[in-house]
Design a protein around this ligand. Structure first.
Ligand SMILES: NC(=O)c1ccc[n+]([C@@H]2O[C@H](COP(=O)([O-])OP(=O)(O)OC[C@H]3O[C@@H](n4cnc5c(N)ncnc54)[C@H](OP(=O)(O)O)[C@@H]3O)[C@@H](O)[C@H]2O)c1
Length: 240
């Protein structure tokens, strides 16, 4: 039986590339998404990968969905916490709603999903958790106190959970992507994006596949000695 992999926010952008790479490698892949039914339907038609709608910022809904996925497909052995949003604005203009939505969706979601899979991973003596952080969680970014705090939190969360899982065969790592060509980055105004690309030594945006490749490296059976690490994939933009 192939291992079951759950990718949150798996129906678009980086998440889709991760799902496809996992499927191509023989894993049983389940994608989650938050609200865009049309994109999820198109994703499932394109890839043959099932997609489950639940809000990862909601603890109860996430537990219920992951319990159901475990019944339908088997226990989740690989979890990729990829779902994320931005709600940018400088601090003096940011509403509590913008702050809270980003913290809940990008950071609290990692607690919600991990809490739902950790008992079974520990009991089985195997688990691979990969959390998608960001260069902006490492370096900070103007207009993103919410996003930078959430992503920076992911890096601390990763190290603490890695310590707890180390003796139980559960590895926990983070990836900190730089700017990757997805809907999230396409929302950035063109002139701002041009300036950002000028700061990337490799001279281009990342591709979702650049991130998926490193997820594959971290989730393999043979990756058991890699835990608590953050892999920066940013075209040389920020060396941490
Ligand atoms: N793109 C970049 O340059 C970049 C750089 C660094 C880090 N990252 C991080 O990489 C991850 C993926 O980014 P992306 O650019 O691929 O994003 P994206 O294209 O905007 O896709 C986001 C995915 O997350 C899902 N999602 C959003 N809120 C959700 C919720 N509450 N519950 C469940 N799913 C939810 C979306 O579902 P719907 O389709 O239903 O909305 C979608 O599948 C994010 O964590 C992002 O912060 C991205």
């Amino acid at each position: 039986m192939s291992k079951v992999a759950l990718v949150t926010g798996g129906t678009r952008g980086i998440g889709e590339a991760i799902c496809v790479a996992l499927k191509d490698a023989g894993y049983t892949v389940v994608a989650n998404y938050g609200g865009n039914d049309e994109a999820a339907k198109a994703f499932t038609e394109r890839t043959g990968i099932p997609s489950f709608k639940f809000d990862v910022s909601n603890f109860e809904a996430t537990k219920k969905a992951i319990d159901q996925i475990s019944v339908d497909y088997g226990p989740v052995e690989i979890l990729v916490n990829n779902a994320g949003i931005t709600r940018d604005g400088t601090m003096h203009r940011m509403s509590f709603e913008q702050w809270d939505a980003v913290i809940q969706t990008n950071l609290a979601s990692c607690f919600n999903t991990c809490r739902a899979v950790i008992d079974s991973m520990r009991a089985r003596g195997f688990g691979r958790i990969v959390n998608i952080g960001s260069v902006n969680g490492q370096a900070g970014q103007y207009g993103q106190v919410n996003y930078a705090a959430a992503k920076s939190g992911i890096h601390g969360f990763t190290k603490a959970l890695a310590l707890e899982g180390a003796g139980k065969g559960v590895t926990v790592n983070a990836i900190a992507p730089g700017y990757v060509d997805t809907d999230m980055v396409r929302a950035v105004p063109e002139e701002v994006l041009k300036k950002i690309i000028a700061t990337i030594p490799v001279g281009r945006l990342g591709k979702p596949e650049d991130i998926a490749r490193s997820v594959m490296f971290l989730v393999g059976d043979e990756a058991g000695f890699i835990t608590g690490s953050t892999l920066s994939i940013n075209g040389g933009q920020h060396m941490y």
